[in-house]
Design a protein around this ligand. Structure first.
Ligand code: RM4
Ligand code: MN
Ligand code: MN
Length: 396
């Protein structure tokens, strides 16, 4: 590989960071059952430990996204403990995710619930989450709502939209100067007829109505088959509304599979659109890259290392696109030449350059092998298996 290409990869990796989700280390499953893993995280401390282990090997995941209900059993009262864990394991708290979908009272929704008492309960939890984020120095409040309905005519869609606007506006009003709120969309599940924030357009409008610190969060698994996700990304970038990503891969629905496992070119195309935008504007886009995956069958530590390595590779490939040449080919409608700019970058083997970059940072060249050699997995398997085998499996 030529020196300019290696340099481009080094520069890209120097600023690439991807946040790991605390819930990605705990036992998860499907609605048909859960297969418990002996090494799965059993508490928030385990989750920080796992995230810290992966960050120490890769150097690109310094923060961990937290779910309030699962990681802050005492709410605001858990903040000190979370701070202690972050310091102990060398990873800082990242996006704060309120949970307004699990408790019994959310059967018919949270911000969209016809019952004003439930809407207030949801608001209180979300405002507590804002406070938690402030105390931890977390910039992003990450909002996903399960709200929706299962049968036509059973809910007033327009009224619920209005309630959402009210709740989100109120939330926005409580953000600190440097904070943001990210509004995530999802077409279906758990609601199967209508979902209140079903697509990027709805998330966009609600974010816009809430205020300038509200942006859209794109979870790559939250789209219908064959939807052009990179076009959504390009539009959100242009509108200054792209706040962040939840990366995962899918084949059918919200499968939460390992990033790039089904369609690595999809992720590359997203990174390409972002880097193309940045090249044109001459400035970096402010985007939170996060992982949101659920490894039901794969070992969680190794699946997450694989994710981070894949993310680095696809991001590095996108950094190799010759944007100046591409712009010329686009202007002259040289279709094959333009497409080749992408294909050439995508088919470049960037792994040797990434290994070299890791070496230069004092990191292991191959994080997966380094993890295997560290004995970490054996240790946590020993320490956690008893607790895991007797546990009632849940996302917490
Ligand atoms: C949802 C969505 C959210 C995540 C929950 C657990 O499908 O992706 O981001 O917090 O799952
Ligand atoms: Mn998500
Ligand atoms: Mn999801």
């Amino acid at each position: 590989m030529t020196t300019p290409k290696v340099n481009a990869i080094f520069a890209a990796l120097d600023r690439f960071q991807i946040e790991l989700p605390s819930w990605g280390f705990a036992n998860t499953g499907t609605r048909f059952g859960k297969f418990l893993q002996p090494a799965a995280a059993t508490c928030t401390e385990d989750k920080f430990s796992d995230a810290g282990h992966i960050h120490s090997l890769t150097g690109v995941c310094p923060s961990v996204a937290l779910h309030v209900l699962w990681d802050f059993p005492e709410g605001l009262g858990s903040v000190t403990e979370v701070q202690r864990l972050a310091a102990k394991y060398g990873v800082r708290p990242g996006a704060i995710n309120p949970n307004v979908f699990q408790d019994q009272h959310y059967k018919h929704g949270s911000f969209g619930n016809p019952d004003p008492v439930v809407r207030k309960t949801a608001l209180r939890h979300i405002l507590d989450s804002v406070e938690i984020a402030k105390k931890l120095g977390s910039r992003d409040l990450s909002l996903w709502f399960a709200d929706g309905s299962n049968y036509p005519g059973t809910q007033n869609i327009r009224q619920r939209r209005k309630w959402f606007e009210d709740g989100l506006r109120e939330t926005h009003a409580h953000l600190a100067e440097n904070q943001r709120m990210l509004v995530e969309y999802k077409p279906f599940e758990p609601a199967f007829y209508h979902t209140d924030i079903a697509d990027w357009g709805m998330a966009f409008l609600l974010a816009q109505a809430s205020g300038p610190k509200a942006k859209v969060l794109v979870d790559t698994g939250h789209h219908y088959q064959s939807q052009n996700i990179e076009q959504i990304v390009a539009w959100l970038l242009d509108a200054g509304m792209l706040g962040g990503f939840h990366f995962n891969d899918r084949r059918y629905a919200d499968d939460d599979l390992t990033m790039g496992s089904i369609d690595p070119y999809q992720v590359f195309r997203i990174f390409f659109e972002i880097r193309f935008f940045e090249w044109e504007k001459g400035q970096n886009a402010d985007i939170a890259y996060m992982v949101d995956q659920s490894h039901n069958l794969k070992g969680k530590i190794e699946a997450m290392i694989q994710t981070v390595m894949t993310a680095e590779e696809l991001y590095a490939k996108a950094a190799l696109v010759d944007f100046a040449a591409l712009a010329k080919h686009q202007a002259s409608c040289s279709l094959v030449d333009a497409e080749c700019c992408l294909k050439d970058a995508f088919s470049t083997d960037v792994r040797p350059a990434i290994r070299e970059w890791a070496r230069s940072k004092g990191l292991p060249e191959d994080p997966l092998t380094a993890s295997r050699e560290s004995g970490y997995l054996e240790r946590i398997t020993r320490e956690r298996s008893e607790k895991n085998m007797s546990a009632v499996s849940s996302y917490a």
